[in-house]
Design a protein around this ligand. Structure first.
Ligand code: AMP
Ligand code: ZN
Length: 472
């Protein structure tokens, strides 16, 4: 089939024509969540953009197989094998077992994805299900001389590679300068960038999940899971590997190092990275304590799909700054768009020629390195065009298979949505008034506002992340 998609490839640092290994078929891998906490809306920006990439490929006619891992073991708080175990930290925080934490936050992740119309990948595999595969890959790496045992851990030897920094412009020196004072350099490592494949001697004596291995009872490093899980389901040649930009180094750099050393040939041709969502204070992260979740913005009265709309209005390779002011503007624009589509007389005839012209324009925008903002502009052009309502509706429905903004499904619910909008605006105004009263230390007024809302069946709660409300 014709390959029209132009995609930026982190590996070559160029926009290139995407050509899969097998004509018409795409093997795609996504680094999944570390399930020790809720995903924040920054993480979900990456998953939204990867979802759009997958749906674009399907829209263009490719047969896509997409695989995602769930990191339920081995990811430390520092990507360079230092710091604490994220899963153990989550379990201690909530007085639960690691597996309970993993189950709870895996379910929460997919529930957030469903609210954002993110399709579940064809294969989802937790790291803890693949221990024999990890052990096998490590055994081969040891046999081939790419790995060594030291201090009872197994390390990957980066000095054995012709080129280690294939995805970045890092150099050994700049990394050495970058070593943080608070992160101890592991004395077992032969080279600064060597990374752990298997931990047996770890500082986590209370590590909850451990497995037997040829090197003793222990657990895998983080990077090995993505190499093994992708090969298990997609074979030795992959087309696209995705993640957020923070995954480029060390995670994806290490994945390439171990995968290509294991295979003895090139592994993945295209690397797709989504830039970060920031808030006013910088990059959003789970470790900062306060972070924005889908439930939080929903509790504040925003529709999750408005957040998706917000993400699609900007390019995935640019940083995006989140603010409630912009989300308010997006809500107004989204509601107007949905209302406009709902008002179409959808049963009028479809002009096939016009349909093909606009579909081609829409595809061209996506083929231009997934330019979702201009793809949405084509939708606005369609709504303004001198064509039948039936054609407009059919195009909106077709575009929404990629955009997934619930553009046409909202039709039947329109009157209820309008009532909801009014209620949301009213409650938000009251919450703002109460915040002002609290600021002015007028607690009687703040309490009166809370009571007034309660009388109307609205309960408000002060949480760490701000005020949320629900109908009771
Ligand atoms: P984690 O659950 O921490 O392993 O991260 C899940 C995904 O979210 C990875 O692909 C990260 O690269 C990505 N990610 C992390 N922080 C952000 C952010 N602030 N904005 C966008 N993507 C992010
Ligand atoms: Zn990964």
């Amino acid at each position: 089939m014709e390959n029209r998609l132009q995609l930026y490839n982190t590996l070559t640092k160029r926009v290139e024509t995407f050509v899969p290994n097998v004509d018409g078929k795409v093997a795609m891998y996504t680094c999944g969540p570390t399930v020790y906490h809720f995903a924040h809306i920054g993480n979900l920006r990456s998953y939204i953009q990867e979802d759009v990439l997958e749906k674009t490929l399907r829209y263009l006619g490719y047969d896509v197989k997409r695989v995602m891992n769930i990191t339920d073991v081995g990811h430390l708080t520092d990507d360079a094998d230092a710091g604490e175990d994220k899963m153990l930290k989550g379990a201690q925080r909530e007085h639960k077992t690691v597996m309970e934490i993993a189950k709870y936050y895996t379910d929460a992740f997919f529930s957030d994805c469903a609210k954002l119309n993110i399709k579940t990948p064809d294969v989802v595999e937790p790291a803890t299900h693949c221990i024999p595969e990890f052990i096998h890959m490590i055994e081969v790496l040891l046999k081939k001389g790419y790995a060594y045992q030291a201090g009872e851990n197994v390390y990957f030897d980066t000095s054995k590679l012709k080129e280690y920094f294939v995805l970045t412009n890092h150099s050994e020196d700049s990394l050495l300068e970058g070593v943080r004072d608070d992160v101890d350099v592991d004395p077992n490592k032969k080279n600064k960038n060597d990374f752990v494949l298997w931990f047996t001697k770890s500082k986590f004596e209370d590590q909850a999940l451990k497995w037997d291995s040829p090197w003793g009872v222990g657990y895998p490093g983080w990077h090995i899971e993505c190499s093994c899980i992708s090969m298990k389901h997609l074979g030795e040649n992959m087309d696209i590997h995705c993640g957020g930009v923070d995954n480029i180094f060390p995670h994806h750099t290490n994945e390439i190092a171990q995968s290509e050393s294991y295979l003895g040939h090139k592994w993945c041709n295209y690397w797709f990275h989504v830039h970060h969502l920031n808030d006013k204070s910088g990059k959003m992260s789970k470790s900062k304590g306060d972070f924005l979740t889908v439930s939080l913005i929903e509790g504040k009265g925003y529709k999750p799909l408005v957040y998706r709309f917000f993400c699609l209005q900007s390019h995935y390779r640019k940083p995006l700054e989140f603010s409630y002011e912009v989300l308010d503007q997006m809500t107004a624009a989204y509601d107007k768009l949905v209302k406009r589509i709902a008002s179409l007389k959808k049963d009028t005839p479809v002009d096939q020629e016009a349909f093909a012209v606009y579909r081609k324009q829409f595809e061209d925008c996506l083929c231009n390195d997934i330019n979702t903002a201009s793809a949405i502009t084509v939708l606005y052009d369609v709504l303004k065009a001198d064509i039948s309502d039936g054609t407009k509706f059919a195009l909106a429905e077709s575009f929404d298979t990629v955009l997934s903004l619930g553009l046409t499904a909202a039709q039947a619910e329109e009157p209820a949505a309008e009532a909801d909008d009014e209620l949301t605006a009213f409650v938000n105004a009251k919450i703002a008034e109460r915040a002002e009263a609290k600021k002015a230390k007028d607690f009687a007024k703040a309490d009166a506002i809370r009571a007034e809302l309660l009388e109307k069946g609205i309960q408000i709660k002060d949480t760490r992340e701000g005020v949320v409300w629900e109908k009771i």
